[in-house]
Design a protein around this ligand. Structure first.
Ligand SMILES: [Zn+2]
Length: 126
């Protein structure tokens, strides 16, 4: 059984990795454009440089994002223990129902009840 805290932590780690890959891809794209638009590059070569400098962006996006999915599928905090499907995209539904949206089995344990101090143990008030 999974915990809400574990599911949230796993989803946050997934989001951090996805943002890192997307940010690196964006940075590579901008750097490629800056190189291609440099003043000393002839216009006929600028398009070729622009195309080749976008290769790191394509590798990051089309290679990095599927890799993040593979890593997420191995994270036991975010996968259904029964059908092994990722619960990240349906995280809020899973937390609300405690069940896997794919196989319907219960995957989250109930959170512990918060401890409420009784009136007799409360410090005296003036
Ligand atoms: Zn399932």
């Amino acid at each position: 059984m999974l915990t809400v805290e574990g599911l949230n932590a796993g989803a946050a780690a997934y989001l951090r990795r996805a943002l890192l890959v997307a940010g690196a891809g964006l940075l590579a794209m901008v750097l490629g454009m800056v190189v291609a638009m440099a003043r000393d590059v002839p216009d006929d070569n600028a398009m070729m440089i622009l195309v080749f400098t976008q290769i790191p962006t394509l590798v990051l996006v089309f290679g990095g994002l599927p890799l993040i999915e593979v890593v997420a599928m191995r994270d036991t905090r975010v996968c259904c223990p029964y059908c092994r499907r990722s619960l990240i995209t349906n995280r809020h539904l899973v937390i609300a129902t405690r069940n896997c949206p794919y196989c319907g089995r219960r995957v989250l344990i109930e959170p512990e009840e918060p401890v409420v101090p009784s009136v007799s143990n409360a410090p005296p008030t003036d």
